[in-house]
Ligand binder design. Structure first.
Ligand SMILES: NC(=O)c1ccc[n+]([C@@H]2O[C@H](COP(=O)([O-])OP(=O)(O)OC[C@H]3O[C@@H](n4cnc5c(N)ncnc54)[C@H](O)[C@@H]3O)[C@@H](O)[C@H]2O)c1
Ligand SMILES: [Zn+2]
Length: 707
């Protein structure tokens, strides 16, 4: 095939793929679509005379059927893409002296919100860039972060809620998203009245938490990914049919007439009442690159999908003056991150027996690079998910590895690729390990092996006992545990404590050094204590949090938990009757094992570190509820400090630790690299943001840092 033909073919493919995608039924993952675009772009760049006409790369979106077409005041464009630092440098080189904002590139769909005299008049999708669909009723009903009327600050409105301690002032720590506070109202607030027409553009996304909650509640009709879910929501005919699919709007662009508004994009948007996904001002390519890296590193902690970072001139006038190309503004650049979704072939499904006897389907995949690693296994959850997503062995499936670390098979994008050779995924009727019949539980029909002496479960439980969060026997890996279990030497956790170096040396391929290391590691684990022993016993429904709470509640040993009975356990805050019943049932069953552990010198008593901290007199954080975020390090040594360790110090200083910011939080204590969303939330709720340096100082002054 010659170059001209290849170009025609690729151009045709781009049109076809876009068409499917914008109709809501993509047939390939974004990364694969992008690869087609990239190849086409390169061929055209090398052979400009062979450019197709029309050139799809110069068009935006796809000409889909519009239900209520509305013409945009100015085209809604795509963005120029970059993947290399040189491209970021070149961008700065084009605009010497201009400040640039760097922000997450959200993976949702863009919306234009038109305000007339301060009131929301219309919400319109991007469409083909020139004309979009009017989706106002859906946006009003379902989208958070879209004010019905704009807040235009009047004169003197800058007497903001002042933080009692004054600590708020020093708290922005180089994060420009919070620094606009004092100055925003200073210059642009004279106008008490909204300019005639204001258009705010931004991204409507489905939060990952909303997406997960929806799929958990509707296993029979799952959404494939948050971006597709958001787009589908705004295609609904009636808001009532998609009521549980709430969206969030995050603003990134502002067009307004009469310019009384702030020249700085972020301040202008926030002043009007919009949420911005965190913009950082950068004056050179190196600092922009650093922010891009931070955004990418924090990607998994955020509640929304993002597929890159956007760089854009911070000054609204400069951005407008830079003008546009056929399909993208010159004053912006999208830096793309590694894909979190890819397609690959589902080679087989294996049913895996877990430590609690749950039999879960595991997808064996043709290796695929996704979410930063090569993935060969992914979870398929349960048979109900397989049925609802209509997945077969041999299918080309979409694999998602985002937010959480366990890759997931999200579904089949293009069922038309099927050849007929695909096979149904058949759940086993007996346990793959012990061959005992299985039981089915719950709406998602999860399968369980209830045989207490099932060999696969035994190995899983032993591996779990040895894991880091439990006894932490780090010198013995899973392979060894399996060998020892197969040999009949290991069955219960207590058996670890009867292993000897001589016994281990009878096995092939083991030297004296490693045998001694294994025994040392087992020895050290005798100090496991109540909390970690409870985790290690893998009681169904009892989480790591449950174990921590029981220690705090004053239980001194595992035996005391059994003796307390269900009534004694439900008396503990946040311990429900089901968890309590499960604890009592399983710990009673494990009584003989607890005795064996004790006899082997294993401590099942609460450890000092798991007790509620003794609050020192004059504790600096007494009565305060705090949230800790970001990377914490000890200023005395510069050493990284694990968040739980720092939280414990705060508790010793009298604080109550909360996991997320709410109206009852007193302080948000920030370490390095704090996500802008957290800061924005704190600010919105009037929570004082305090830098870790200040807390370290207080801890030191209260003599709490002695160790
Ligand atoms: N899977 C498929 O078959 C298929 C087909 C077509 C397109 N796609 C995907 O759709 C996307 C391409 O669409 P595009 O070229 O129009 O979009 P783009 O990737 O060029 O980005 C432009 C869009 O980014 C969004 N955006 C998010 N955060 C932003 C911010 N902070 N500032 C400015 N814009 C921001 C806006 O909605 C804007 O319209 C790609 O991700 C592509 O992979 C997939
Ligand atoms: Zn079994």
């Amino acid at each position: 095939m010659d170059v001209g033909e290849r170009i025609q073919e690729l151009a045709g493919r781009v049109v076809e793929l876009r068409d499917a995608y914008y109709r809501g039924a993509p047939v390939v993952a974004d990364a694969e679509y992008d690869a087609v675009e990239d190849e086409l772009r390169e061929l055209i760049a090398a052979n400009p005379e062979l450019a197709p006409d029309p050139n799809p790369l110069e068009q935006v979106g796809a000409p889909t059927v519009l239900h209520a077409p509305v013409r945009h005041s100015r085209p809604m464009l795509s963005l120029e893409k970059a993947t290399r630092p040189e491209q970021v440098e070149a961008f700065f080189g084009r605009f010497p002296g201009q400040s640039v904002v760097v922000m997450p590139k959200l993976d949702g769909l863009s919306l234009a919100l038109v305000y007339e005299n301060g009131q929301l008049a219309r919400a319109v999708t991007r469409g083909d860039g020139t004309t979009g669909d009017d989706v106002t009723p859906l946006v009003r009903a379902l989208t958070d972060g879209v004010p019905a009327r704009l807040t235009i600050p009047a004169m003197g409105d800058d007497a903001r809620r002042s933080d009692s301690s004054g600590q708020g002032d020093g708290s922005a720590q180089g994060d420009s998203s919070a620094q606009g506070d004092g100055s925003a109202q200073g210059d642009g607030s004279g106008q008490g009245e909204a300019p005639g027409r204001v258009e705010v553009r931004g991204e409507a996304v489905m939060l990952r938490s909303t997406f997960a909650a929806y799929n958990a509640a509707h296993p029979d009709k799952p959404l494939i990914n948050p971006r597709n879910a958001a787009a589908g929501t705004l295609r609904a005919k009636d808001p009532a049919t998609v009521a549980e699919r709430r969206l969030q709007f995050l603003a990134f662009d502002l067009l307004s007439e009469g310019d009384a508004t702030d020249a700085d994009l972020e301040r202008a948007l926030q002043t009007m009442g919009f949420t911005v996904a965190g913009m950082r001002h950068c004056d050179d390519a190196a600092s922009a690159q650093a922010v891009i890296s931070t955004i990418e590193a924090q990607r998994n902690d955020l509640d929304y999908d993002l597929d890159g970072a956007v760089l854009r001139l911070a000054d609204r006038g400069a951005f407008a003056a830079a003008g546009t190309r056929s399909s993208s503004p010159r004053g912006a650049l999208a830096y793309k991150f590694a894909a979190e979704e890819k397609t690959t072939v589902l080679a087989d499904v294996v049913w895996d027996v877990g430590k609690t006897g749950k039999i879960a389907p595991v997808a064996w995949l043709e290796p695929v690079f996704v979410g930063g690693t090569t993935v060969t296994r992914a979870t398929l959850a349960n048979q109900e998910v397989i049925r609802a997503r209509d997945i077969k062995i041999g299918d080309t499936v979409l694999v998602r590895r985002a937010g959480d670390v366990i890759p997931f098979v999200a579904g089949v994008l293009d069922a038309s690729k099927r050849t007929g050779a695909e096979r149904d995924i058949v759940p086993p009727s007996v346990c793959p390990s012990c061959e005992q019949p299985l039981t089915e539980q719950g709406n998602s029909r999860e399968l369980f092996c209830t045989n207490v002496s099932c060999p696969a479960q035994t190995v899983r439980r032993l591996i779990h006992w040895a894991s880091r969060a439990a006894a932490d026997i780090d010198a013995i890996g899973g392979v060894w545990i399996e060998r020892l279990a197969d040999a009949g030497i290991l069955e219960h956790p207590s058996d670890f404590y009867h292993l000897t170096a001589e016994g281990l040396l009878e096995f092939d391929r083991i030297g004296e050094v490693s045998a001694a290391r294994m025994i040392d590691s087992i020895d050290a684990s005798r100090q496991v204590g109540l909390r970690r022993a409870l985790i290690g016993l893998a009681i169904p429904m009892a989480s790591e949090g449950t174990a921590a709470k029981l220690c705090r509640a004053g239980f001194g040993s595992l035996e005391e938990l059994v003796d307390a009975g269900v009534d004694g356990l439900v008396a503990v805050e946040d311990i429900g009757p089901k968890v309590a019943a499960s604890l009592v049932e399983h710990l009673s069953r494990l009584r003989p094992e607890l005795e064996r552990l004790r006899a082997a010198g294993v401590s099942l008593d609460v450890r000092e570190e798991d007790l509620p901290p003794v609050v020192a007199a004059g504790a600096p954080l007494a009565g305060k509820t705090v949230v800790v975020t970001g990377a914490i390090s000890d200023p005395r040594s510069g050493e990284k400090v694990a968040r739980p360790a720092f939280q414990r110090l705060c508790e010793k200083a009298g604080a109550t630790i909360a996991s997320s910011v709410s109206a009852s939080t007193d302080f948000l204590i920030t370490g390095a690299d704090v996500g802008a969303a957290k800061l924005a939330k704190a600010e919105k709720l009037g929570v004082t943001v305090v830098d870790q340096a200040e807390i370290w100082q207080q801890l030191q002054a209260a003599d709490l840092l002695t160790h």
